[in-house]
Design a protein. Structure first.
Length: 142
């Protein structure tokens, strides 16, 4: 098993644990189990923002489709603009697409070469409204 964390790593270990920011991440993870936390109507709350990003001049994305899954995940199919390949679009580009729908808590994970998952929402005490959120799965098609 490889112990290096990147190609030039010579330390094989980091400088600290992640506990300094762990409480916020734990709060987000805990609220995911709360029945009814995922907000309704992603077509109204998310889709207009995602469309706007895709329609901007120079956008790296084209929106193909979006559909709410039974488990509450809003699955959004995009394709690279200008003939790029999915592998040429790093996770930073996915975050640029997702940033306009980000709320007080925002976590993004690249699952595989063509899938990026995002959890975004408000936790108890984050603002004027009740805790709520969204689950988004980007599927990048070529």
């Amino acid at each position: 098993m490889e112990r290096r964390r990147w190609d030039t790593d010579q330390r094989f270990t980091g400088i600290a644990s992640g506990q300094a920011l762990g409480s916020g991440v734990k709060r987000l993870a805990e609220v995911l189990d709360r029945e009814g936390w995922v907000a309704e109507d992603p077509e109204a709350h998310l889709l207009p923002h995602l469309k706007r990003v895709c329609d901007e001049p120079g956008s790296r994305w084209r929106l193909r489709s979006a559909r709410l899954q039974e488990d509450g995940v809003y699955e959004v199919e995009v394709e690279p603009a200008d003939g790029q390949q999915a592998a040429d679009l790093p996770i930073r580009d996915a975050i640029t697409l997702l940033a306009p729908v980000a709320e007080a808590s925002f976590a993004v994970r690249q699952v595989d070469r063509n899938t990026v998952e995002c959890v975004t929402g408000m936790l108890d005490g984050d603002g004027d409204y009740a805790a709520h959120g969204h689950l988004i799965r980007l599927r990048v098609q070529n």
